[in-house]
Every structure is written in C-alpha cells, then in structure tokens.
Design a protein around this ligand. Sequence first.
Ligand SMILES: C[S@@+](CC[C@H](N)C(=O)[O-])C[C@H]1O[C@@H](n2cnc3c(N)ncnc32)[C@H](O)[C@@H]1O
Length: 455
Amino acid sequence: MNGGQEKLKFIDLFAGIGGFHVALEKLDFQCVFASELRVGLSELYEENFGIKPNRDITKINVEDIPDHDILCAGFPCQPFSKAGSQKGLNDERNGSLFDHIVEILEHHKPKYFILENVRNLETHDKGRTWLYIKDQLENRLEYSVDKHIFSPHHFGIPQHRERFFIVGSLNGLDHFNWPTTTPNQTSIFNYLDENPSNATKLENEKLHVLDLWQEFLDSLPKSAKLPSWPIWSMEFGATYPFEKLTPYASSSRAIGKTKGNFGTSLLGMTRDEKFRNLPSYARTEEETFPTWKKHYIRSNRAFYEKHKKHIAPVIKKIQELNIPSWQKFEWNVQGEERNIRNFIIQFRGSGVRLKRTNFFPSLVTVSTQIPILGWEERYITPSEGARIQSLDHIQLPENIGSCFSALGNAVNATIVNLIAKELIIESAAPNLTINGHKNGKIVNNHIPISKAVGA
Ligand SMILES: C[S@@+](CC[C@H](N)C(=O)[O-])C[C@H]1O[C@@H](n2cnc3c(N)ncnc32)[C@H](O)[C@@H]1O
C-alpha cells in the first residue's frame, strides 16, 4: 500500500538480473512474484529487490502465483536466436516455456503483458513461430496484441541491440502508441568510467594479435581498399577446391594436388591429415558451399594475390597465432583512419572485429565477447555494461564472466519503462481512471478503459 492506494502489481517471469523489475519499479508498480532458474541470479534478485524468486516456472501451480495486473517475461531466447539451435517451440527444454506463460495468462487474466525476445523471433521458422504465439495470445486468450522491434540506440543509448517486444491488453490497444524513437545519439564517452581502477586490461597475447593486424594494415599501400568482407588469412596461398565441389565431395587424390591453410602443401598426407590442414569452415560435410562462403574464399584469395608482396611477411607471423579466430579480421569501419586502437574491438569466434565508437555492439551472454576499448586497451567495466542496459543502480554478479553473461541476457530497462508508460499510464489519459487504476494506483472508481480512452 502507498498513501492509502494500492500499487499496480506485476510479475517478473524469467527474471534474470531484473531488467523488467527496474523498469516497472520506476513507475511505482509493485512486484508480487518473480521466477528465475539460476541460483546465482535468483539470490542476487533477492538482494536487489527483496523478493525471493520461485526457481523453475515449469514446476509451480498457476494458482500459487499471486494475482497481478501486468505479466512481464523475457522468455529464454536460445531456441529462436540465430546462434541457437533454431528449434523454436519444438525445443523440448525451452520452446514450451512460452506455453507456461499462456497458462499463467489464461488463469490470472492480467490486464496487460509485456514480452521480450530476440529479433529473430518474428521470422523464425518462416514466421510460423510468431504466428503460433500471436494466435495463442489473440485467439485463445483474447488479448489485443502488438509487436515492435526496438534497440537502445533508438532511444539515444549507445548500444545496438535489436529485440522483439510484444504487448498485450485485455482492453484493446486503440489507446496505445509505441514510444517515440530519437535519431540523436548520446556519445559512448558519456557512458564510460573515468580511469576505472577495476577495469580488466587486455591480455598481452591479445595485444600481440592487435599489433600484428596493425602491421598488416600498415603494410598495405594507402591506395589499397580494405575489404568489407571478413579477412580469412588462412585462405592466403590456399588452392583447395571450393567453387564447384567442396573438399568433402572431392577425392583425396584431387585434394592432394592442392594447398590448404596458408598455402600448406597437402601432397602425401592421409585424407584426415589433409582435412586437419584446411580451415574449419572448409571441412563441413556438404557437397557445395553456400554462395556467401564461396564469395569470401574467392575474395580473400584474390586479395592475397594482389597484395602478397606487401603482406606476406606479416601473414607469416599471423600464421603462428594459435587460435584460428585470431587469424580472421573484420574491418567494419570502412573509410576510417587505419588505426586499430581507435575503435571498439571484440575477439569473436568469427574473428577480431572492429566497430566505430558511435555505439557499443550488443552485449551477449558469451563473456569472451566483452567489448574492448582499443584506445584504453581494456575491456568495458561491469558498471559501463550496466549503464548501456539502463541497469546502473543495482548490485551485479561479482565474477566478471557471470556479470556480463547476466547483462547480455537482460532487457534494456529504459525501453521497457517507456513501453510500460505508454501501455499502462500515459496513453490512458493521465487524469482518467482505468478499471480502477489511476496513474499506476488503484482507486475505487471503476470506468472501463474503452470509455476512459475513447472519452
Ligand atoms: C532471456 S533471459 C531474461 C532476462 C531478464 N529479462 C533480465 O532482464 O535479466 C531468460 C532467463 O530465464 C531463466 N530461465 C530459463 N528457464 C527457466 C525456468 N524454467 N524457470 C525460470 N526461469 C528460467 C534463465 O536462467 C534466464 O535468466
């Protein structure tokens, strides 16, 4: 209770580190139930918000969940994301979690819901997954439903993180407008700590990788255009088959006449040895490569032929690196000065990637991909990561890997806050009472929302 008026109540399913909680608490709504499977995150949730989350939502009886006005859920996205298995709703472990949301909505009939998932949800399984979700929400549960893709950078927060938001209302959505985006960006420099003492410095071996790629850039004539496709240095000198048939579809004899990684002769090797000397992406068990892969291989080989007299010495050193992804380089900063230290850097599975400093790449759950500030030769700090997720005033996991994994899982709290404001407060006309709720508080007067909004 607050000033004699009861607050609007929400539940936070798949609560993670609490992005929805932070967003809705700012609107003075009250969390009455949370659910989070992971021990560490659920303990932290209790520390931050004073609510002990139920652990596994699949194990609870819907009747045991308290009544609420708003259901929030950022349901697990692995089955829908491009990086995941793409099994979608057929994923035994996670796909059916959406059906638990449906069950809770069906039983409790909250007036509103806000769901969040990866951008790819809409197109997953040729759109069938989204059609199923929409059908359940609209036809089975009779909610009015709308969806939108938003990223923090649409609201001036310097992180590129597109996510799929779904809202539902039992009272129709005629009153609802998605929050207004802004073309203006806040500089990432406003989001950085000044000389943070807790920052993790970039390891020496990675500094060495950057030095080698800088040497590569410096070796090229200024007039040589840098590729917009990923540089796969293992293709430099390679001649194994790729245009018509893959190595997998070729005879061992035919492969033996060609060259593998960095021009290694494959002559006289067993088939297994030959394959060990090919790039991992060329060992796939398929008859032909997809067009994009052929394009990258062809372009890399042509690039090397054109520039080898300049770059051969540094490529010899890059060949010595013991992690294949360090031998790949993504210059995603066309037209900029050729100084690696000017950019945001990520050591990704796909290669060493450079990004401009206009916004951060999406935080992801893989802690090895924490963005690096090239000019300070350090990883971003947990507080910087929290800031670009609008979660700056909560306690974070102490371990840096767990911390970035949680931040990479989280929903940006500003986006949810703006959506909730539009859905539940602002667009319902501030001075009108909606089904007994006024400005987020319950009052005794009951006017159906259709009247309140249409009035
Ligand atoms: C995409 S994250 C959502 C993060 C959250 N919205 C936030 O802001 O941090 C999904 C979360 O669901 C949790 N989860 C997965 N299966 C669960 C289950 N059966 N019951 C409760 N939580 C679950 C995961 O541990 C993960 O933290």
